[in-house]
Write a protein that binds this ligand. Structure first.
Ligand SMILES: [Zn+2]
Length: 427
């Protein structure tokens, strides 16, 4: 049942490429560069020069702790920590909709955004609900570690976590945190920036075209703010793992190459964007965010050839890994499992990824299933997906999410398109 439904979801995702941007056409190196809207390309260049450079604000100290280490005496800051060996839940989001009126304006992207995204308001309600239900954030890379067995082989094993008594662990991951060109005109923020206070803010344009710098419109800054207000939601300082492609740059900065029409001007702009994104990456890492790969071209790993997959990933290492550093986590685009199957086999592309440092391979499913493989040092896992498809889902779908929230309390039917719901109303 579980596998069947996961495959069904993958098929759904293949049918609607909208959520993750257009996938590159087969045989191409990536989508051709769409014309950016006038305001979208390096929006700050035309801004008036700053009068005086403000002194760099001192960043507030941020502590990151290892959840696999029990605090001395079992108590830290008056909180008792106890061992936990149960399921580690894993929810993933796409970028959240900042302006529903732009996202759901009836154009050809509307239904895809409705299917695969949540709004900023829905996202905040989900965070509030999982917090109230006793979940605490853990980093995905802390949940398993590599050990050498009696035969001298390295294998991944699930870690014991030491959690505040009564709490349950939750991994959050975020796919396609690239601020794709199509998103900029469809109700999403444009990029992350560092504000005058040294914190991360989002930059973008509202439906009237007015510049908006906010911490309430973007999945990253909303979680940052939520953890500031509820520090016990993240007892170890963990936030989420950001899953990045490379074909339209990262985090709203156009750091990618493009084989077509490359000019010295475009390369100079690319270098400028690379320099601009570095402090953003550093601040994310400093405040508990980590990074994973989503392939360079958002390619379907279940159907592409070994040659295509490895060439694409080399490009990811060159253009994205070089900026965010090494990562053990690979998030499958469209949930497509490597070599068509990574459960029964560890195929050639899976082995290549493992040899290139990946240990945690994430697909999509109906629960937080995970399996440490016996033939190779790797763990494969599924993630649940709060989005329009599951918020509108049947009573059965709602039951998969009931431990986190009641979808009927979360979905904002006032701003989403009128596409119906499958669940039974309350009362
Ligand atoms: Zn994706």
């Amino acid at each position: 049942m579980h596998r069947f439904t996961a495959l069904f979801l993958v098929c759904l995702m293949l049918l609607s490429l909208t959520a993750c941007g257009s996938a590159p056409a087969p045989g191409s190196d990536g989508p051709s560069q769409p014309e950016a809207p006038a305001q979208a390309e390096t929006p700050e260049t035309d801004a008036p020069a700053e009068p005086e450079p403000e002194p760099e604000p001192e960043p507030e100290p941020y502590t990151i702790l290892d959840p696999t280490v029990q605090p001395k005496g079992g108590v830290r800051n008056g909180v008792t920590y106890v061992p936990y060996d149960g399921v580690v839940e894993h929810l993933f989001f796409h970028p959240v909709v900042a302006y529903p009126e732009l996202a759901f304006d009836g154009d050809y992207k509307s239904d895809g955004i409705d299917d695969w995204m949540v709004t900023a308001g829905e996202y905040l309600k989900i965070l509030q609900s999982v917090y109230e239900k006793g979940y605490v954030l853990v980093d995905i890379a802390d949940c398993w570690s590599e050990q050498t067995n009696e035969a001298g082989e390295t294998r991944m094993v699930k870690n014991t976590l030491y959690l505040p008594e009564g709490k349950k662990p939750l991994i959050l991951s975020y796919d396609d945190v690239n601020y794709y060109e199509y998103m900029l005109t469809n109700g999403f923020t444009y990029k992350l920036i560092i504000g005058n206070d040294g914190k991360l803010w989002s930059w973008g344009l509202d439906p009237q075209g007015k510049e908006v710098i906010s911490r309430d419109l973007d999945a990253v800054t909303i979680l940052d703010k939520f953890v500031e207000e509820h520090p016990d939601f993240s007892p170890f300082g963990a936030k989420g793992c950001l899953s990045l492609t490379g074909y339209e740059g990262i985090l709203g900065y156009r750091t990618q190459t493009d084989r077509e029409n490359w000019t010295p001007e475009r390369e100079a702009n690319r270098q400028k964007e690379i320099e601009a994104v570095k402090p953003i990456v550093a601040e994310l890492k400093r405040t508990g965010w980590t990074f994973g790969s989503h392939t360079w071209g958002h390619i379907s790993l279940n159907t592409r050839t070994y040659e295509t997959v490895t060439a694409d990933m080399q490009k990811w290492f060159d253009e994205v890994g070089s900026l965010v550093g090494e990562t053990p986590v690979l998030f499958y685009p469209f949930g497509g499992r490597l070599d068509g199957d990574d459960v029964k086999q560890s195929g050639p592309a899976f082995q290549w990824m493992q040899q290139h440092g990946f240990r945690i391979f994430c697909s999509v499913g109906i629960n937080s299933w995970s399996k440490c493989k016996s033939d190779i040092s790797a763990v494969i896992c599924d993630r649940l997906h709060p989005d329009g498809t599951t918020l509108r889902g049947s009573d059965k779908v709602l039951s998969w999410y009931s431990q986190f929230y009641d979808a009927r309390d979360i979905i904002d039917l006032d701003v989403r398109p009128d596409r119906g719901v499958k669940w039974t109303p309350k009362d």
